[in-house]
Each structure stands twice: as C-alpha cells, then as structure tokens.
Design a protein around this ligand. Structure first.
Ligand SMILES: C[S@@+](CC[C@H](N)C(=O)[O-])C[C@H]1O[C@@H](n2cnc3c(N)ncnc32)[C@H](O)[C@@H]1O
Length: 324
C-alpha cells in the first residue's frame, strides 16, 4: 500500500458513478424497508432518475474517450500514404471482428479458441503509440500478438526500429502479415510463433539486445513468469518499461461477479477465458485468470526493484519500470 492515500481526487467518472449508485441503493433499501406496496411514487421516481444518470455516465465513458482521441498515428514521412495505412488498419480491425474464431478452433486451425474481444482495439492502440512516443522507444517486445493491431501501431512510429511479436498460434501469421505489408510495417516486425516462455528463453540465449518497451498481453496466469523471464533474461533496457494489459481484469479481482454475471457470456470474457484453457469451460479459467492477474498485481507492486502505476485505461494498463 502507498504510504499516503489520496482522499479527494477531484472526482472521476467512476467515483461519480459510484456515488450515484450508492444513492440509488439507499433509495432501493428505503423501498424495501417501506415494503413494496407503501413505496412512495416520488422515491421510485428518484431511484429511476439516478439509475438512468448513472447508466448514461458509465455507458458513455468509453465511447466519449474514443470520440475525442485521434485516429491511429501515421507519421507524414511514412513510406505508405496515410489513407492507405488507415484502410489496411480498418480492414485488419474488420477481419478481427468478422472472423469465425469458434469455427477456426473446431476445424483445428487454431490451438485455442480466440475471440475478437482479445483485440486491444483502436483507442488503446493510440494510447500505446503515445506511451511509446513519450520515451522515444526504439525496440518493442510484444508478448501475445493476436491480430497484430498493437504490433502495427508500434511499428508505425518513426523511432521504432524493430518489433518482436510473440504468439503461440501459427494461423495468426498467415492471417495478419498481409495487413502489416499493406501498412508498410512488415519489415520492422519479427513474428515468432511458439509458447512465449520458449521464445523469451531463446531471445535471452541469443543475447538479444534489450527492449525499450515490453507489452505483456498473453495468457493471464503467466504474466508473472513473463516479467521474471524478461528481467532475468536481460530483455529490458536500463530505462525500459513494461506495459501489462488487462490488469484490472474486468474488475474481477476486487468485485466478484454475481450469479447473473456468471451466466452472461460476453464475447471478450468468454474468448479470454477460453484461450487460457483451450476449451469452453469458462468459470475455472476465469477464476485462474483472475487469480493470475491479482497475484501479478501484488507481485509487481511489492517487487523491491520495480515501480508500478496502474492506469484505468480500458481493462487496465500497468506501467512497470526499474526503480530509479
Ligand atoms: C489478448 S490477445 C493479444 C492481443 C494483442 N496484444 C492486441 O493488442 O490486440 C492474447 C494472445 O496471446 C496468445 N497466447 C496465449 N497464450 C500464449 C502463450 N503461452 N504463448 C504465446 N502466446 C500466447 C493468444 O494466442 C492470443 O493471440
């Protein structure tokens, strides 16, 4: 725990939503106390109004962030015209959504069942580009590539000379390489297909130059092992940063889903759970991923050589660096 805990953060959409929902709960509790038949119309009206406001606030947050964020950054000096890069980018996002990932798994084309929800998406890509730009990143290691949208985004940056991208699924290389080519980024990307821990061991054995930015975004239970392999294997440059994605893991580490949520199967959740196990039994893999992320968050926060900050961007991005 930090030695100083902030008391008044000035409010965020989340704290406001929390206050609204607290108020709504107070009304709901009052309703229960009075018994349904005696509940005043005005109390029910207030409850509905507060719930509507909270709903609009929470539901609108991510779309509002996206609307007010630039398109993917394509430098003017990039050898492929911006309009063509954006066309390739949109097509890559589109094919990610359109692909029947369940059928691919059933046909044996992928080892695990992947899903469109695994893609970090257009907003996070611009966040990642900005984080990479802030520290003039020259080399990137991505652990868990999927359809290579973040990979392409990193490779577009003029300072970035090389992106080593790791994934376990051979099918992905076949699918995504043409889009990287169309965007004029393929020559910067080295896509290695193998279990990530094996690729990391190979990179250290070959004494690969340390990376300025490592993006961890593969199977959740292995996050801690990935950080250890990167640090012990000499794969992080002196002032390098590790970015770990999904570190809030849908809020499961601190707010266990209720029974209604356990049954609801959103694309992203199911897909992420499934790839962890390679089957469609969700709850066990969901709990393994949750435990993996919770343990990882504690591990990096308590690591004597590391500084961390969690950012509530999409499903949580943690920035990790060596202590100064
Ligand atoms: C969440 S997706 C990556 C998303 C991607 N970084 C992006 O920004 O869109 C996770 C990927 O990790 C891969 N993966 C899962 N387990 C792995 C492992 N043991 N080794 C390498 N890749 C793995 C999956 O095949 C999947 O493509």
């Amino acid at each position: 725990m930090p030695t100083y805990q902030s008391k008044n953060t000035g409010g965020t959409p989340t704290t406001r939503a929390s206050e609204l929902l607290t108020a709504a709960l107070a009304h709901a509790d009052a309703d229960v106390d009075k018994a349904a038949s005696n509940t005043s119309t005005s109390s029910r009206g207030s409850l509905r109004a507060i719930l509507h406001e909270a709903h609009a606030l929470v539901t609108g947050t991510e779309p509002y962030l996206e609307q007010n964020t630039s398109d993917l950054i394509v430098p003017s000096a990039h050898p492929v015209a911006r309009v063509q890069v954006h066309a390739a980018w949109n097509d890559l996002l589109e094919v990610t959504q359109r692909t029947d990932w369940v059928a691919l798994k059933d046909e044996g084309k992928t080892r695990f069942e992947l899903g469109a929800g695994m893609c970090s998406g257009p907003y996070e890509a611009v966040v990642l580009q900005n984080l990479a730009l802030l520290q003039r990143t020259r080399s990137v290691l991505e652990i868990g590539t999927f359809t290579g949208t973040a990979t392409l985004a990193f490779a577009l940056l003029p300072s970035v000379e090389k992106v080593v991208a790791l994934d376990i699924e051979p099918y992905l290389a076949e699918l995504v390489t043409p889009y990287w080519q169309r965007a004029g980024t393929a020559q910067k990307i080295d896509f290695k297909i193998a279990p990530a821990l094996e690729s990391l061991a190979d990179l250290s054995k070959q004494q690969h130059a340390p990376f300025d930015l490592v993006f961890i975004d593969a199977d959740k239970p292995s996050y801690k092992a990935y950080v250890q392999a990167v640090l012990d294997g000499g794969l992080l440059s002196e002032n390098g940063v590790i970015l770990a994605d999904n570190t809030m893991y849908k809020g499961f580490p601190w707010a266990t889903p209720g029974a209604h949520e356990q049954q609801a199967t959103t694309g992203a959740t199911v897909a992420e759970d499934d790839f962890a196990q390679g089957n469609r039994t969700n709850n066990r893999s969901k709990s393994e991923a949750t435990t993996g992320i919770a343990d990882f968050n504690t591990y990096v926060r308590e690591h004597s050589d590391l500084e961390t900050v969690m950012l509530p961007i999409r499903d949580g991005i943690t920035i990790i660096r060596r202590k100064l």
